[in-house]
Design a protein around this ligand. Sequence first.
Ligand code: NAD
Length: 472
Amino acid sequence: MAKTETLTFSQSVNHMVERAFKVLDLDQGTANALRSCNSVLQVRFPVKIKGKIEVFTGWRAVHSTHRLPAKGGIRFAPYANQDEVEALAALMTYKCAIVDVPFGGSKGALMIDPRNYDRDEMEKITRRFTLELVRKGFLSPSTNVPAPDMGTGQREMAWIADTYKHLHPEDINYLACVTGKPVHHGGIRGRTEATGRGVQYVLQEFFRHPDDVQRAGMDGNLDNKTIIIQGLGNVGYYASKFLSEEDHARIICVIERDGFVYNDKGINIENLHQYIIENHTVKGYPDAKFDADGKKALELECDILIPAALEAQITIENADKIKARLIAEAANGPITAQADEILIKKGTTILPDAYVNAGGVTVSYFEWIRNLSHIRFGRMQKRHDEMRNTQYISMLEEITGTSISEKTRIKLKHGANEIDIVRSGLDDTMRQAYQEIRELLLTNDKITDYRTASYVLAVDKIARSYIDIGLY
Ligand code: NAD
C-alpha cells in the first residue's frame, strides 16, 4: 500500500518548528502565537474576460507583525490554497528573522493559471486583486509589502505599485508598497536574480567550511560537484546558471514540469533556458537525454540536489530513495516534515528553505530602503571613492617607481555602484546567517541538523522581540 502524508503544508512547517520550541524550552504562549497566522484575508472578485465574468479567489496571510511591514511574495498558481499561503507566511516570519531583515511574515496567492490568459487580461486581474488587498488593509509600504513568487515577476509588481499609487496619490513612499519591481519603475538592480544568487552564496559559504563538507560526505569545493536541479524558473535558472558558470559545478540533470533532461558531462544552463523559452518544454533538448518521469530524477545519484519548484516534492514515498549527500532547499517546503525525519536518519545534510532562499527577501529589503530613501545606492559615494582611489594609485606609483597597468588601474579605481553594493550586502547576509546557524549546530548538543538550528536562531529572536514589545 502506498504511504501517505498525514500533515498539511502548514502542519508540516509547524511540526518542524516544534523541534526548535523544544530546544529553546519556549513558553506555551509564545509557541501558540507562532503556531498560527495573525490574520488571513480571502477575497473573491469578478473580472470580465473575453465578454464573460470570471470569479477569482485569492488570499493574503499575515503570520506575524512583531516587525512591520509584514513581507512576503504573491504567487499565481492554479492549485493555490489557504493552508499553503499560511504555511508560506510562517516561513517568511522565520526567514526574515534568520537573515536579520526587520520584517514580519506574510504571503499571498491567487488561484489562477497565468498560461490561460493574455497580457492584458493578466494586467486587469492583477490590478483588481491589488485593489482588494489595498482596500482591506493588506497592502501598503508600512504594513504589508508583497514581492514576486511562483508565476509572478517584475511585470506584476509594476502593476501592483501603479494601482496602489492611483489609490493613494498622496503617499510619497508609494513605490515601497511592493518589491521586485523593474529597475526603471523603482526596482533595484540585482533583485530579479537575488534568490538564485543567494542559493549560490549559501553553497559557497558551506564549502568554505571543510568540516561541514566532510560531515556531509564530500570534500573539496563546488568545482565539478554534480548537481540536480528541479525547476528552471526564476530561482532555479539563476542558481544553476551562477553555480555552473562561476563555481564550475556540473549540472547533470534539470527537472521541469514535463519531465527531466540528463547529461552526466553537464548541461549548459543558458542553452537549455533558451530552448525552454522557444519550445516551452525540455523535451527534445539536443544535448541531454529526456525522460518524462520527472519525480524519478530526484532519486538519481548526485552530490547536491536543489529543489527549486514546488512544495512536497520529497515525501515519505521517495525520501529513503534520495541519494544526494546535500539538499539545498531553494523552493519553499520541498521536503515534508515526515520526509525530513527519514532523511535526517539516513544522514542526508539539508540546508533549509527558510535560510537558503532568503536572498530574495534580503534584496527586497534593500529595495524597500531605496524606495523610502528615494535615492539609488552608491549615488553619493561612487565618484568620491573613485577620486580617492585614483590618489592612492598615484601615491603607490610614486612610492614604488613603477606604473600600474591600465587593466589593474581600472579595477582599483572603481567606485561601488548599486549592483556592487547589493551583491556585497547579499553575500554578507548569507554568510553571516550561515555562521550563526553553524555556531548553534556545533555548540548546542540538542541540535543535530541545520533546519532546527535555523529555526532556533529565528524563534529566539522573534520570542525576544515579543517579550520586549510586550505582546501579551
Ligand atoms: P517560477 O514560477 O519562476 O518557476 C517555477 C519553475 O518550476 C517553472 O520553471 C516551472 O515550469 C517549474 N515547475 C512547475 N511544476 C514543476 C514540477 N512538477 N516539476 C518540476 N518543475 C516544475 O517560480 P520561482 O519564483 O522560481 O519559485 C520557485 C520556488 O522558490 C517556490 O517554492 C517559491 O516559493 C520559492 N521562492 C521564490 C522566490 C523568488 O524570489 N521568486 C523567493 C523565495 C522562494
